[in-house]
Design a protein around this ligand. Sequence first.
Ligand SMILES: Cc1cc2nc3c(=O)[nH]c(=O)nc-3n(C[C@H](O)[C@H](O)[C@H](O)COP(=O)(O)OP(=O)(O)OC[C@H]3O[C@@H](n4cnc5c(N)ncnc54)[C@H](O)[C@@H]3O)c2cc1C
Length: 430
Amino acid sequence: MAKTIIIGAGLAGLSAGYHAEQRHLEYELYEADAVVGGCCRSVERDGFRFDYSGHLLHLKDPYFQGLVKELLADNLNVLNRNAVIYSHGALTRYPFQANLFGLPPEVVKECLLEFVKAYHGNEDLPTREYRTFRDWIAAKLGEGIGRHFMFPYNEKLWTVPAEEMTCEWLSEYVPKPNLEDVFNGAFEDQSKGFGYNASFWYPRRGGIQALCDALAARVPNIELNRSVSEIDLAARKVRFSGGQNASFTRLVSTMPLNTLVEKLTGPVPAEVRIAGARLRHNSVLIVNLGVKGGDLTDKHWIYLPERKFTAYRVGVYSNFSDALAPADTTSYYVEIGYQQGWNVDRDALVQKAVEEMVEIGLIRSLDDILVREVVELACAYVIYDRQHGESRKIIMDFLEQHDIVSIGRYGNWEYSGMEEALLQGKNSLC
Ligand SMILES: Cc1cc2nc3c(=O)[nH]c(=O)nc-3n(C[C@H](O)[C@H](O)[C@H](O)COP(=O)(O)OP(=O)(O)OC[C@H]3O[C@@H](n4cnc5c(N)ncnc54)[C@H](O)[C@@H]3O)c2cc1C
């Protein structure tokens, strides 16, 4: 009988396992870690429950809405986004481009003028036809909004300038307000919700791990602490670090695509190896903090576009759910983008970002910090440079010839969220 091996018990792998189970397929799921969840894990520290930075559910597909409701049952909250931008010492609503109200008048004027110029000179090409992300920002939002938010914020997050990136990933992720919205938002505090994440779901208890655990409970064939070290194409076997192996007829991998290529042995063309080595990504340091004081902020997350601040975003777990932090405390995640190759002192970077939390007003004093923990996501955001599309295609075409399907945020080498991981897991089985 055909046997599917699934590598990884993040949401994509768990979804593949769940749907294999539903369809009575023969499968085995192997996870390198001691727990399921991948990027969607949560950890408990001295009464605080932290995710590996905030993981909020934005589900569009009724099937996955139904599945998540069934899995979490009464453990689900629906929240309306309360996200802001901290810039020029002011807090303005997200997205920046539609909410200039509250910024210094000269900044508002500059952004509006440049937006109107861009609006009128706009070639109005479909998004994908802009050569670079920078060209798209300049044409669709104007240089002013670019200078004061889009260029510095995105550079801090992606760790490369917008001119190095294409627009393949943009789709719904970057809101594109019309002229009326931009003017309304420049002269009044408008509350219109823009973009894909105006409202979101989040577990009441247990952090985002609650979703992974509920899904894993329906996937009996998971083996933890099983790290795949080699994929032998000729023998159709995966080998584990401990020396054991398992045969497959179909392989569903959710490990990062560049790592997958490195683990292939057998007849692998040089162009596939080269394509694998060309895939680029950033890394993110997440500083999880539990601090004294329950009245510090009512926001869900705060963007920090200014280059003088180390982090690009701060989120507030305890505002997603009271159950994530003890009474009279607040819990935060502070996100810092960087490249492994940069010669930076990570401890110094973290310390600076934490001190800036006091400057921004999110912590009263460094002495109020009760818990501080740093998590490193070595592969966090895939970089859409000009080689991304072609390199990815070369690898995917090759894998298909060997009945290997590579899925999920890192398997498919893309910018995507939890819903896409669930969907790709469902679609990965033949
Ligand atoms: C900072 C950040 C914030 C995010 N916020 C959101 C959000 O708010 N909303 C949202 O929808 N999405 C968010 N995402 C995206 C979301 O985390 C991912 O889309 C999703 O978790 C990807 O799941 P996955 O299964 O594809 O990958 P992963 O979660 O990476 O799972 C892959 C699994 O494979 C295992 N593995 C790797 N190599 C091996 C091996 N050799 N052998 C065995 N097992 C192996 C890993 O241990 C891991 O468990 C965020 C991502 C990041 C980085």
